[in-house]
Design a protein around this ligand. Structure first.
Ligand SMILES: [Zn+2]
Length: 62
């Protein structure tokens, strides 16, 4: 089972869809690394990157 994961170019949300389910932005297969945010109110990374919802986010999207 190898699903190709994509990352949103706008909000960095990681998804399998070609359009981001969060912001409807374009997604890309060219991305590197990700963080899983379980509780964005307690996550230092989330605050730094500006993540305002829980989920999986790419660190770098091309
Ligand atoms: Zn998005």
């Amino acid at each position: 089972m190898s699903q190709v994961l994509r990352a949103c170019k706008v909000c960095n949300f990681v998804t399998e869809e070609s359009k981001c389910p969060r912001c409807n932005g374009e997604t890309s297969r060219e991305w590197q690394g990700y963080v899983v945010v379980i509780d964005h109110t307690k996550s230092e990374i989330a605050r730094k990157v500006g993540i305002t919802a829980n989920g999986k986010y790419a660190l770098r999207v091309r």
